[in-house]
Design a binder for this molecule. Structure first.
Ligand code: ADP
Length: 396
């Protein structure tokens, strides 16, 4: 136990200060980072991490960590029979002075992903308004052993942290909902106007058909908008973990090419892709990575010009792989390029707006790639073409 009362008062004052700071964090990512930093500091630990609870899938996955390769851990799910799983299911904390003596210790997922070796830990559930938000863990006490006073301090911090996470998620959701409602207005107005026009008897059969086609397109746009919106909202709330397996990118690209080929042929586009047999397979979420590749390829078709070209290249890096998708299309004007990954953003010119889209695809891609510890960038020459490049690390 910590017997020095002055030291304890100092630590509680520190928590108060930290809690005030937590309420000021704007994004979920920076809030989670602030929480793990604070948890490691007040408990005198080498490292700390937060696992968020994915309620629909009933899974826990790493979302932020200090000092142990946060990027390589992000999104990785942990089994329910692990220590963190036990904490979540029982909604009770654990203090483990030596992990190797604890039956619930399932081996170190962190050491596999990041080389970090855990010796001791405290883990506690993060609960706000009776809902499980996640699990906070601190690892490897720097001096002596974890005891009850560490747990008490962490519980005070944990209660504040859980509330702050819930608040931030609510703010984010209401911001996003406001943007969504704004985006819904245009298709809804156009469907409403067409419904009114269709009731007029003087319309020719051809006009009627053309209006009906517009309704069909606008309905499709609404449906794409709602499913992309849901995908992004779940990713932003940290509710989507990664189902990690070996992913063979060449094959995945071939699958995506099959899907886009009919549309590409209609526009007489040439597709160039050399599958790479010797490329190392990477560890990642197959479905999510397919969604990213499909989005980039769909954009390369959509924003291309008739008889244009699409080139996909794959290469091995020291510790990962890089994929790039180039097109010879309309390009992105330099003055708008800093907004490309913002949600709902579409380039504001006629060439773009005459092609349908939601402005959500690239935000989803960025989230997914960053959750894999990777990066997505682009290079574009207005009027000539664009190349999007993804770099993915090989997860352990
Ligand atoms: P959208 O559904 O509008 O295509 P995205 O999020 O996928 O949404 O892309 C956002 C915007 O970025 C697009 O509206 C377009 O203006 C621009 N963009 C994306 N990919 C390309 C590309 N390959 N060539 C030109 N512009 C692109």
């Amino acid at each position: 136990m910590n017997s020095d009362p002055n030291q304890t008062i100092f630590q509680y004052q520190r928590i108060l200060e930290i809690s005030r700071r937590l309420t000021l964090e704007q994004s979920l990512d920076s809030l989670l980072n602030a929480i793990v930093d604070a948890a490691a500091e007040i408990s005198g630990s080498e490292a700390a991490s937060i696992l968020l609870y994915d309620e629909p899938n009933q899974r826990l996955h790493f979302q932020a960590a200090t000092n142990m390769g946060a990027e390589s851990l992000r999104g990785v799910s942990v089994p329910t029979d692990s220590l963190a799983g036990w904490v979540a299911i029982n909604r009770a904390p654990v203090v483990v002075p030596d992990v190797n003596q604890d039956k619930r210790w399932f081996g170190d997922i962190k050491s596999k992903s990041s080389g970090f070796i855990t010796r001791s830990l405290v883990a506690l559930p993060l609960v706000a308004r009776d809902r499980l938000i996640g699990v906070l863990e601190v690892l490897n006490k720097i001096e002596d052993l974890y005891d009850q006073s560490d747990l008490e301090l962490l519980q005070v911090l944990g209660a504040q942290a859980a509330l702050a996470i819930e608040q931030t998620r609510l703010y984010q959701q209401s911001d996003m909902i406001a943007e969504l409602v704004h985006e819904l207005r245009t298709p809804l107005t156009s469907i409403g106007t067409i419904a009114y026009l269709l009731q007029r008897s003087e319309l020719s059969e051809a006009e009627r058909l053309s209006l009906a086609k517009t309704v069909q397109q606008e309905t499709l746009r609404l449906s794409n908008l709602s499913s992309s919106f849901l995908d992004l909202a779940r990713l932003e709330a940290g509710r989507v973990g990664l189902s990690i397996s070996d992913v063979e990118l060449s094959g995945l690209i071939e699958d995506c090419l099959e899907i886009i080929r009919p549309e590409a042929e209609e526009q007489q586009l040439t597709i160039q892709f050399q599958p790479q047999a010797n490329l190392p397979s990477i560890r990642g979420d197959q479905n999510q990575l397919k969604q990213v590749l499909l989005n980039l390829l769909t954009n390369a078709v959509k924003y291309n010009r008739p008889q244009g070209k699409i080139e996909i290249s794959l290469a091995a890096l020291d510790n990962g792989v890089t994929v790039s998708v180039s097109d010879t299309g309309i390009g992105i004007p330099p003055e708008q390029s800093q907004h490309i990954f913002e949600k709902f953003f579409r380039v504001n010119n006629q060439e773009t707006t005459q092609r349908t889209g939601t402005g959500l695809g690239l935000s989803i891609c960025k989230r997914i790639i960053e959750n894999h510890g990777g990066r997505i960038t682009f290079h574009s020459v207005s009027g000539q073409g664009t190349t999007f490049t993804i770099v993915l690390p090989v997860l352990g």
